[in-house]
Design a protein around this ligand. Structure first.
Ligand code: SAM
Length: 248
């Protein structure tokens, strides 16, 4: 069912405006009486269209949905800017895979070194659309382009910082499996040319753990997605084990 994000939900109905109202009426051609889902970033509601006006669609709220699509532990992705429009792919797929925040940053070997405001707006729009499509409760925040210093300043808020680099000896799976704290896990991925040694030294000084993603060299836009997928597998197995423990 179509899902639309609104800034807040209070009362028995909510008005959807702007591009989303246009999407409901002109693209989806939905009519009064049709069902959709509205979401305020904390809860999702089943709703039915009550009124289609010139500039808004009024949705009557029928009840809160019981769904838990958000990861138990927040996942953050810091991605050194890749070439061309590959950051679009990272934002879209990382959102589907449950990333809660994205930090594009300029690394020493980044080929792309700047981004204008329209790029940032596009990434945030892609995150919103991917959240709607994948049934998220929250739209991940795509931060403005950062420096490595900015990224290192985040480390103190994280349970673990997974610094993905080819020459690491620690496996990412082992590192994730031994992460038990509920604070965010930050995945940091380098550009096409990899991290410069002094960047890895700076990150390790700041508390990052260099990790290997296995014997194959993944594209810059694949690496974070692999880590997010692996984390869900590890977390699901842990939950299964905890459930089995409770049922014994
Ligand atoms: N020649 C580059 C190098 O030596 O790092 C390859 C860079 S790779 C195409 C782009 C980024 O993806 C890397 O900087 C790293 O963050 C991540 N990555 C790709 N494969 C990886 C692997 N097997 N282990 C760890 N990180 C990996």
């Amino acid at each position: 069912m179509q899902r639309y994000f609104v800034p807040s939900i209070q009362g028995a109905s909510v008005d959807i405006v702007g591009d989303d109202a246009h999407h409901i009426v002109r693209v989806m051609r939905m009519r009064i009486g049709q069902a959709l889902i509205v979401c305020d970033g904390a809860q999702a509601w089943d709703g039915v269209i009550d009124l289609v006006a010139q500039s808004f669609v009024r949705v009557r709220l029928c009840g809160v949905r019981t769904e838990h699509p958000e990861p138990r532990i927040p996942l953050w992705v810091a991605q050194a800017l890749p070439k061309s429009d590959k950051m679009d792919v990272v934002v879209q797929k990382a959102t589907e895979l449950g990333a809660c925040a994205l930090f594009p940053f300029v690394s020493a070997r980044s080929i792309v070194r700047t981004g204008d405001a329209t790029r940032h707006e596009r990434w945030q729009r892609i995150a919103k659309e991917a959240s709607e499509q994948s049934g998220r409760l929250r739209i991940p925040v795509v931060h403005r382009i950062q420096s490595l210093d900015d990224v290192c300043a985040l480390f103190g808020q994280c349970a673990r910082v997974l610094w993905c680099t080819l020459d690491a000896s620690e496996s990412v799976f082992h590192a994730m499996n031994t992460t038990v704290h509920d604070a965010p896990i930050l995945v940091v991925v380098g550009p096409e040319g990899g991290f410069a040694p002094e960047e890895t030294a700076q990150a390790v000084d700041a508390g990052a753990l260099p990790v290997s993603l296995g014997p194959r060299v993944l594209r810059a836009e694949t690496a974070a997605l692999m880590v997010l997928s692996a984390w869900h597998a590890i977390d699901a197995l842990r939950m299964d084990e905890a459930d089995r423990g409770r049922n014994v």
